[in-house]
Write a protein that binds this ligand. Structure first.
Ligand code: HEC
Ligand code: HEC
Ligand code: HEC
Ligand code: HEC
Length: 142
């Protein structure tokens, strides 16, 4: 009896430890490492090597981006590397992710983040591009 109670208690402890790790510690580590990775990227000097390729065919978007609040953000941050696309020049060969999540990767309010952030409910759940041009990253007057 006593031995099985001890075994049972140990099993419960292990189970609890796994739960704590999976649902509390692990997501925290993940979020922290994403923040660190983004901050490292942000710290770099903007090198428009890849965007220069896109500029060849999308001068208007490139100019719009360069002159606005997203001047330090590469095309690749939102559209992927676009290697295939530069060859194929078709709509289906490039990533266009027009979702709130795609913007929140960088703009979600997280402690220590040093770029303008917004609350989860900012813009009432509407697509960000409905109010902000993703390229110029304009801030509309209310
Ligand atoms: C050699 C010319 C060329 C280069 C270089 C090029 N594109 Fe394009 N891109 C096009 C053309 C042409 C279209 C229009 C395709 C269509 O509508 O059928 C297009 C369309 C797009 C679209 C819209 C896709 C859609 O679903 O509507 C995006 C986004 C895009 N390009 C991003 C990029 C990015 C980012 C780069 C740099 C990696 C790039 N392009 C480089 C020619 C180019
Ligand atoms: C911050 C994210 C972001 C960056 C950086 C970005 N784009 Fe986009 N782009 C989007 C989103 C979202 C859409 C679809 C919504 C829209 O068209 O407004 C889009 C649409 C497009 C389109 C199709 C519509 C249009 O406006 O012509 C092209 C072409 C394009 N992007 C090219 C580029 C190029 C070239 C660069 C770099 C010079 C770039 N984008 C940088 C997010 C971005
Ligand atoms: C790769 C990271 C990244 C992504 C993805 C991104 N942004 Fe940004 N955004 C930035 C940076 C960096 C700035 C410039 C902050 C500064 O000037 O200090 C910025 C600035 C802005 C600003 C101007 C804020 C201000 O007060 O000046 C707006 C608005 C904005 N982004 C909207 C968007 C939208 C909408 C999307 C999705 C289509 C998006 N961003 C995706 C990094 C990002
Ligand atoms: C219904 C329109 C609307 C939508 C949708 C919207 N915004 Fe905004 N956004 C605004 C307005 C207006 C402002 C300026 C006033 C303010 O700060 O609330 C603003 C400000 C911002 C700023 C600057 C905040 C600062 O403190 O400087 C950022 C960054 C931003 N928005 C990002 C986003 C992102 C990311 C999304 C999508 C998740 C989004 N917005 C969706 C209207 C909108």
């Amino acid at each position: 009896m006593r031995i099985s109670t001890a075994v049972f208690s140990i099993a419960i402890l292990i189970y609890a430890a796994v739960l704590v790790y999976t649902f509390i510690i692990s997501p925290y580590i993940k979020e922290e490492s994403i923040v660190l990775a983004i901050e490292e990227e942000m710290g770099k000097e903007p090198v428009h090597v890849q965007s220069e390729v896109c500029k060849q065919c999308h001068l208007e978007v490139f100019t719009n981006l360069s002159l606005g609040n997203h001047s330090g953000v590469e095309c690749a941050a939102c559209h992927g590397t676009g290697k295939e696309h530069a060859k194929l020049r078709t709509a289906g060969s490039i990533v266009v992710e027009d979702t709130r999540d795609a913007c929140m990767i960088c703009h979600k309010k997280i402690a220590g983040r040093n770029i303008p952030t917004v609350e989860e409910n900012h813009g009432s759940g509407v697509r960000c591009s409905y109010c902000h041009d993703p390229h110029s990253a304009n801030v509309p007057s209310e």
